[in-house]
Write a protein that binds this ligand. Structure first.
Ligand code: NI
Ligand code: MN
Length: 225
């Protein structure tokens, strides 16, 4: 069984035969329900892009857990320089395998920077763990190539999609993404953390209709796959 726990904003904890964090922004995250110290035994940390609300505590958690950080090559180098001794796996768009976990880094239409200077490119991740397929979109606008993700790696058991607008897709665009991705279940994320990304997950649910099962997780809640 694979559990997908929502940690607030875009942070998720995936637990199966491996323990995986994605975008662990905990410190300073108004929605956070966990602290970096809660993840001393995590195996992998996936970072979708360099913005602070995604890199978050990745470096610190890697230090206390010995977890490997998987990210775009340039972002991995940036983290390795900031957090000496942390093990990183720098990759680019494409498939790879890290510690027996199949990971595809896929494009995302978004920027990636330290807030000022560009670092690498933004991405999403498709993770196959214990026979389950999880897609974390990162921060992105909707794009037609999302069709390829289900075509090449599907069926997608759960898609984690931003719905907050302003920096990413809003509810309308995310509902279109569901049409392209054809996931079994979709979990909205990256909304209501701050006023500019206010969104109503019930409106998203209505727009998705019967195209997928929408599970609205509160920070701290989890989904079993
Ligand atoms: Ni971002
Ligand atoms: Mn973001």
């Amino acid at each position: 069984m694979v559990k997908v726990k929502f940690l607030g904003h875009a942070a998720f904890y995936i637990e199966g035969s491996k323990k995986i964090l994605i975008d662990p922004f905990l410190t300073g995250n108004p929605q956070a329900v966990a602290k970096p110290e809660d993840f001393k035994d995590v195996d992998l940390i996936l970072v979708t892009h360099a913005h602070g609300d995604h890199i978050g505590d990745a470096g610190e958690i890697a230090k206390i857990s010995g977890a490997k950080i998987v990210a775009m090559y340039d972002i991995a180098n940036y983290i390795a320089e900031k957090f000496k001794g942390v093990e990183t796996v720098g990759m680019n768009y494409g498939p790879t395998e890290v510690d027996g976990v199949f990971i595809v880094q896929v494009p995302a239409w978004h920027s990636s920077s330290d807030g000022k200077y560009s670092i690498g490119n933004a991405s999403g991740f498709i993770v196959k763990l214990d026979g389950k397929t999880i897609y974390h979109a990162g921060d992105t606008y909707v794009f037609k190539d999302m069709e390829l993700f289900s075509e090449l790696y599907g069926p997608i058991d759960v898609a984690l999609l931003p719905i907050g607008g302003h920096f990413t897709m809003g509810v309308k665009e995310a509902a279109k993404a569901v049409e392209l991705l054809k996931p079994r279940t979709v979990v909205p994320m990256h909304y209501n953390t701050w006023p500019p990304i206010s969104a109503d997950p019930e409106e998203f649910k209505k727009l998705v209709g019967d195209k997928a099962k929408v599970v609205v997780l509160k920070p701290g809640e989890e989904l079993e796959l």
